[in-house]
Each structure stands twice: as C-alpha cells, then as structure tokens.
Design a binder for this molecule. Structure first.
Ligand SMILES: [Fe+2]
Length: 400
C-alpha cells in the first residue's frame, strides 16, 4: 500500500553518503517489489545487510497437502488442534499447522505463548489475523502491537519475530501468500488513495512504531523460500544483528488493520461477498463479515441465497458472534468451513426461515476465496467434523 512513511534518521538525499557520529558509513538497503518497478523503502543499517557467516537447512513445518477428493464441503475445528499446555512451547513461526493450501496461498493456525525466532518469508506477504490474545511484532521497520481482531500484514522478506504478550495465548490465523497482499484496486484512486466508497481508509492502517535495536553477533534468521522442489527453509547466521536499522522511508512496510474499523456496506436486499472484501493477493481475496444491520427491504432474506462459486473455493473462519446461516451445522467459534467449487452451498435447513425479519447480524468471520482448488494439510484431518458434509440433508430429515 503506497502511503509514504518515514522513521528514525535518514539523509536528506537518497543514495548519498550517510554517516554516524564517528564518521562511519551506514549501509543503504532498498527493499522493493516487482524488480524496482513497484513500492519500495530505503533502510539504513549499521552493519552490512548481506553479511552471513553460515547457511544451513531449516526443516520447515509440514506443508504437504492432499487434494479434496472425493469432493466434500468440510468443517474443521481449529480449536481442537492445540492442547491447553501446548502454547507455552509453541511459537507463531515454527509452531503453525497447515490447514489448507494451493500454489497461491496457504492457511495455517497456531496457538502460541512462546517468542518466535527471527524469521522472514521470501515467498510472499503474510497476513496474520489475530483471533484472540495479543503480541508484539518486532520488525526491521519498527514494532507493531497486535491484538484481537487485527490483521497484521508483513511484506515479503521482512525480518521479524512474534512475541506473544498478556495472560492468554495468541491465537493466530496465518494467511501466507505467494504474492503481495493489497487493498482491492477498486477502493483506490489511480494514485493509490482510498476512495470514499471504500470500507476503510488510511487512518485505519497502523504502521510500525519504534525501530527495535538488536545486539550481538552470529544471529540466526529463518528464511522460508522456494525451489523447483517446493517450499523449503534456510537458517542463515548473520555476522551482526539484523535489527540495526537507524532509519528508513518509503511506501513498503508492515502495518495492522483492525476488523472493527471495517465499515460494512449494507443494502435493501442481500449484499454479495465482494462488499465485504478487505484484501486481495494473486489467486485469492480476503473478506470479513462483521456485525452489521442487515437488509431492510420488507421482504428481504438476510442470510445468503444458495450459491455455486464456480471459480472459487471458499474458506470461512468463524471468530465471533453467532453466524446465522450456519446455525444447526455444528459450526462455532474457531471453526472453519470449506465450500469448494463444484458444490452449491448456502444456509443449513431452517436458516432462511429463522433469518426473516432479523435486522442485525452479530457475526464475525474472515473469508478467503481462492481461484484455484485448495488442498488439505495434515492438520485439517486432525480436526475435521466428518458429519458436516451431509448436514444439509440430515437436518432436513430431522426437521421433517
Ligand atoms: Fe459462500
């Protein structure tokens, strides 16, 4: 997102000599997207940002997936994935469990109370939704404070670490793109400013604060990257601490956005999911369904009509309220539903009738729609409710 920001100390002219009080040169690093042709920032380091002293294999968490075949809608209960005492030894980077993925995006879940290693994802941006709990996210650009309802957008190759804080563990829903994650282009002017019809704007995005200072030598950084063989990890050891930035400026940096700042767009009749869109990446979109007044036509049907998203797999993460259309399906807080292309989906039996006359929906859900089929990670099978696929028929029979 192209909003200029500046932090710390920088020289008045880019690409010119910039020295500390003792006369030593700082080292300028350009972090830029799309090969010098898109957003970038210039960072000034005390040490040389290329100075590694070792490189070794990092065995990343399991990213194997299997096709959704035979095709089924799925209900996955993410809260079943971690036992109560797991969080103390689980960090957001190495402890995340892969639920779903394809060549464009991977969705993982983690319950964490442990500080993560220094890490960066060289495949794409990470969009982490905080279901509950809180964390400090230290990055080379500065420190973010994240809490319930925050999306944390961490640009590709941003060195950072997660430090959960508070009395309860951090529950994080991790969306890893193989691309950059951006605001929908239709929300933006041709120069990149949010337009009046957008459901959020620049004031709702919170950039990094104080730049963290790290000391020491031989500092490990885990890097997730890609080879022709798939996704792999490398453990770099840096000669000096990568948190050595004295200042930076530019339009590329991490930020948070809280879902409570998303202003819902409503209408007389049911509004389609694109009005709920918050972000997009290559091959997927991210929408959020927030508490809102609903349809005010006298004959409106507030819950969705049955729909076949013929080009999409749809993943809903239910993280607050009581999702009206899914009542009676077993879905609750911490559940996700996977509604794949090739299968029409909509409210469980009785949902349409129950919704008539409702004026307000108290629901909070994060949706990822992908344009290529999603496959299932091992963790999906560890928390699946196998009855869900047949819940439309089963409930119909019970009610009859
Ligand atoms: Fe849907």
């Amino acid at each position: 997102m192209a909003f200029y920001r500046q932090a710390g100390t920088i020289p008045p002219k880019r690409h010119t000599q910039f020295r500390d009080a003792d006369g030593a040169l700082y080292y300028e690093e350009l972090m830029g997207e799309e090969g010098f042709s898109s957003d970038s920032s210039l960072l000034y380091h005390r040490g040389i940002p290329s100075a590694i002293v070792d490189s070794a294999v990092w065995a990343i968490p399991d990213v194997a997936t299997v096709p959704n075949h035979p095709l089924k809608p799925r209900h996955l209960k993410l809260h079943d994935l971690f036992a109560g005492d797991d969080a103390a030894s689980t960090d957001v980077v190495t402890g995340r469990k892969l639920i779903l993925g394809n060549n464009d995006v991977r969705i993982s879940y983690v319950v964490s109370a442990a500080e993560s290693p220094l890490y960066r994802n060289a495949l794409g941006d990470e969009l982490v939704y905080v279901e509950s709990g809180a964390a400090t996210v230290e990055t080379v650009f500065g420190t973010l404070e994240a809490s319930q309802g925050d999306y944390v957008l961490i640009p590709t190759s941003t060195t950072h670490r997660w430090i959960p804080r508070g009395d309860e563990p951090l529950r994080a829903y991790v969306i890893e793109a193989n691309s950059h994650v951006e605001a929908p282009k239709r929300y933006l002017s041709r120069f990149g400013q949010f337009l009046e019809h957008a459901p959020y704007c620049e004031r709702d995005l919170h950039g990094p604060g104080e730049i963290p200072v790290g000391e020491g030598t031989d500092v490990e950084v885990l890097v997730k990257h890609r080879t022709s063989q798939g996704i792999v990890g490398t453990r770099f050891v840096y000669a000096t601490h990568p948190f050595d930035v004295v200042g930076w400026d530019g339009c590329l940096y991490p930020f948070t956005f809280n879902v409570k700042d998303f202003e819902p767009i409503t209408g007389r009749v049911h509004q389609p999911p694109p009005v709920h869109q918050a972000f997009e990446g290559h091959g997927f979109v991210v929408c959020n369904f927030v508490p809102r007044k609903v349809d005010y036509h006298p004959l409106s049907v507030p819950v969705p009509y049955y729909h076949s998203n013929v080009d999409s797999d749809e993943v809903m993460f239910y993280c607050g309220g009581d999702y009206e259309a899914r009542k009676g399906s077993g879905i609750g807080i911490g559940s996700i539903s996977v509604h794949p292309g090739g299968h029409a989906h909509g409210p469980q039996p009785g949902g349409v009738e129950r919704s008539l006359g409702v004026e307000y929906l108290d629901e909070l859900a994060v949706m990822v729609d992908t344009f290529a089929p999603l496959e299932l990670g091992k963790a999906a099978f560890d928390c699946e409710d196998p009855a869900y696929a047949y819940s439309w028929v089963a409930k119909q029979a019970v009610e009859a």
